[in-house]
Design a protein around this ligand. Sequence first.
Ligand code: TEU
Length: 584
Amino acid sequence: MSESKPNWWKASTCYQIWPASYKDSNGDGMGDIPGIISTLPYLKDLGVETIWLSPMFDSPQKDMGYDISNYEDIYPPYGTMSDMDNLIKSCHDLDIKLILDLVVNHTSDEHAWFLESRRDKTNPKADWYIWRDPKVVDGQRRPPNNWASIFGGSAWEYVPERDQYYLHLFAVGQPDLNWENEETRSAIYSSAVKFWLDKGIDGFRVDTANLYSKDTSYPDAPVVNPSEDCQVAFQYFVNGPRMHEFLQELRERVLDQYGDILMVGELPHTGADEVMAYVSAARREYNCVFDFDVVNLGTTTNEGGKKHHAHRHTLPQFKDAVRKAQDLLRGTDAWTTVFLENHDQGRSLSRFATDAPAFRERAAKMLAILMCTLSGTMFLYQGQEIGTYNYPIHWGVEELRDVDSINAYNEVLLHHKGDRLWLKKTLRGLQLVGRDNARLPVQWDSSANAGFTAGKPWMRVHDDYENVNVGNQLDDPRSVLSFWKKMIKLRKDHPELMIFSRDFDVWDKWDQHVFTFTKKHPDGGATLLVFLNFSDEEQPMHYPVALRAARKELLVSSADEVGDYLSPWEGRVYLFNETVLNGA
Ligand code: TEU
């Protein structure tokens, strides 16, 4: 059955903005809110209907704004509250929705709540964070347990004033809030959620949306990595016992008063198999989530592996990860997302396709076909629309800015006593999957600093900006940017097949070079057949038997000429109007 009146966010084309690196308007070297406003016509023209703005709240920036010191204020280099009001209004004037990041697993250690909490054990906010007594081993003070922080080192930090440790699953400057405390939850709802919904924003991307409820006995994690002091402890804080209760409370107490807003949760360390409990519409928790099956490929994140263990995945693994996210829809009331990039990931071209100069543009177009033909709410990340790829392999550690990457590098430095080859391995891993890749300034044109800033950019600009930039591509009908525009439009022209279909089937599971899938129209009948060549060579096409003789219409190809074979990195989409595909 077709979805007769779908929620606005299902078909919305979303675009993520990372404020520091997007567009600088005042020459201080950092992107800002007026810079964002100046590009809204560009985004509108691209087909963007919703903007997800990464944290622009006041913050000491230990983790680029994911360490918030005041939910109700703006980080000064990004602008003022009146700039934000302006952004909300300017978006809405253009019929663009705006969602913000909701970061409420932790605050900054400079948030007023934490400054009070850390003072002593009796202040009114003493229990707003997670405090535990030291363990004493052989007369030595030790953290309460052996949990590792997600960013490396112990997850506990000692505070002499209380003679206690606080929990920080991420950086030391990101103490975890105590969601077990009802008063703390109410304060979070009011300051981080209501404050912004009252300003008229259209929803939230919810950061680490499944970590709020911990195993409150805080047991030691099993030692899986004997050479390390601290151990991966995901099983004690991911999808914890009260997680769903908290989300339903948030919905009932706050969100229900605001109509059809979008709540898209980030679900780290959770495979698609476990996602359903969050996204089934009947449960009214998240509308959809970012699960990590695709973006974790080639990393060892879930096993507690290190950045230097990054490797290249295989195409069958990639297909299976895509299939899992699509299968969330099959026969369910759930919804899913489509994304290959965000601010925590290497660029999709480099990770999932190729950034070799000869094939880069073709590959970027092929990935555009992939994304635009998948069901779910689609999210593009800034720069993806022009085919931005990872920073060059020769960049040294001094170019890195991300706390996670720098910690990873320093850990290797310490552990392997500065060994040259270990460091090289680590830098290679970071070049493939490191978060800095996504955080380089956006390449707007060929002028100095890629037109990002008139000042000195806070982070190095990509070496290839004169080649890959918006300005070069805007008026070129053959550019990656023009192709994205065309694909976004095509997606909107075929919503039932491309956005809403709940029948996604892979036809060449084990093929190492080609990804072939079909999507069926919810009312039966029409079928979409998509071929994607993930190789530098021509490839034959695998037609599902039932479609072999059927009449078809070519909807789009990313190749210059459409032949009997797929050309290198070609994507091609056929529409079959009358065929009923019966699983043959
Ligand atoms: O990331 C959540 C997360 O689990 C990360 O560990 C992610 O896997 C990691 O960035 C990969 O290196 C969210 C935000 O997206 C991220 O930017 C923040 O640093 C983090 O939460 C803490 O707020």
